[in-house]
Design a protein around this ligand. Structure first.
Ligand SMILES: C[S@@+](CC[C@H](N)C(=O)[O-])C[C@H]1O[C@@H](n2cnc3c(N)ncnc32)[C@H](O)[C@@H]1O
Length: 223
């Protein structure tokens, strides 16, 4: 399923201004055919790349980009209010290492070259709880296969969810695939968010509602 851009609440004038002026400079277009090389999106000194799928309001993406200014981050989101919030953080913190795709992340995954990503994040993806909608979940064997192809050996994939069914489905899908090593050694490793993993809006909402998130870290095994 391919999604179009989703409008949320009306943007504030400052946000609308950033959508008109900053977004065109950071916006990424996926070519209809062929590959999208991350090296072409960032200045030449940037040689490490990370992807965040469904960045929401962008808190995690902005914090990671601020702590790793030598890494180019591609954020994918279709929710306009969230994109405007990320643009506000980019402008406030002068983050030169973020690019934004407003489309279905699967289009980008299909266009990325092999072995180009050093990290990927899919945090609190939409759970699609109804049985008939589960095929819409972004964390699936097909997405994981594309990530395994596009990620470098040793690259880290981070997944989080607060939905019990999605938690076991994503863990089952990753552990069934031979490309990934689960980095948890003890229960606290997946029950507690690591210090270098900034919180997101959906994590706060989940905790406030009494749900229990899990935080999964996987390493792309050597080919
Ligand atoms: C439940 S929200 C979580 C947002 C954020 N990661 C957080 O933790 O606060 C999931 C987000 O993924 C975005 N999304 C859903 N499907 C997507 C897709 N195929 N490609 C890119 N973004 C997607 C939605 O617009 C939504 O903002």
């Amino acid at each position: 399923m391919i999604y179009g851009r989703r409008r949320g609440r009306k943007l504030r004038p400052a946000q609308a201004g950033l959508m008109a002026t900053l977004l065109p400079r950071l916006h990424v277009a996926v070519p209809d055919s062929g590959t999208l090389d991350p090296f072409s999106l960032f200045p030449s000194q940037i040689r490490r790349f990370a992807l965040e799928i469904g960045f929401g309001a962008g808190e995690h993406l902005a914090a990671q980009a601020a702590s790793h200014r030598d890494t180019g981050f591609i954020g994918v989101e279709i929710f306009e209010t969230g994109i405007a919030k990320l643009l506000t953080a980019i402008a406030a913190q002068d983050l030169a290492n973020i690019r934004i795709l407003i489309d279905d992340a699967r289009l980008l995954l299909a266009a990325l070259p092999d072995r180009c990503l050093d990290a990927a994040y899919i945090l609190f993806p939409d759970p699609w709880p109804k049985l008939r909608h589960r095929k819409r979940r972004i964390v699936s064997p097909a997405t994981l296969a594309q990530l395994a192809r596009a990620m470098r050996d040793g690259a880290e994939l981070r997944l989080a969810s607060d939905d019990p069914d999605y938690q076991s489905a994503m863990l089952g899908d990753v552990t069934a695939a031979s490309e990934w090593e689960w980095l948890a050694r003890r229960a606290d490793d997946w029950r507690t968010r690591p210090a270098d993993w900034p919180a997101t809006r959906y994590e706060h909402k989940a905790l406030a509602a009494g749900r229990t998130p899990i935080y999964l870290r996987f390493k792309r095994r050597s080919r």
